[in-house]
Design a protein around this ligand. Structure first.
Ligand SMILES: [Cu+2]
Length: 137
């Protein structure tokens, strides 16, 4: 009986612990801006790969997943349907590589505040993170 309870407790442990978010940040937005880019590192401690399938924030109409492409001297961004996070590895969304794109933000992001974002992973499920707002540059 005690063993069965222990097993239940193990099964009930959320898979979320398998994913860790680090260094989540964005920038303050200038007046009138409609978009903002968010950056973070997603660390997967699990032995299975995972996939970020959706992102959302109450402060934006939608949050898209973008990657950067170098087109000659021009840097363009392209929307992707998700990000792969390798088993026992990490994915870094950093300037010039990839970002979460906040589209139609509902108000400016102010330096020092936290922007709530909900991430949905294929395996680990839903996870809430906060992006710290750095200065406008
Ligand atoms: Cu973008």
């Amino acid at each position: 009986m005690r063993y069965a309870l222990f097993l239940l407790a193990l099964l009930a442990t959320p898979a979320l612990a398998q994913i860790e978010i680090e260094n989540a940040w964005t920038r303050a937005t200038p007046p009138g801006a409609e978009t903002a880019a968010g950056y973070l590192t997603i660390r997967n401690k699990s032995s299975s790969p995972d996939h970020l399938i959706r992102a959302a924030s109450p402060l934006a109409a939608r949050v898209e997943m973008h990657v950067h492409l170098h087109d000659g001297d021009v840097m363009r961004m392209r929307q992707v349907q998700g990000y792969d996070i390798p088993a026992r590895g990490s994915l870094e969304l950093t300037p010039g590589v990839a970002h979460l794109m906040f589209v139609d933000i509902k108000r400016p992001f102010k330096q020092g505040e936290q922007i709530p974002v909900t991430l949905r992973f294929e395996r680990a499920g839903e996870m809430k993170v906060e992006l710290r707002v750095g200065r406008l540059n």
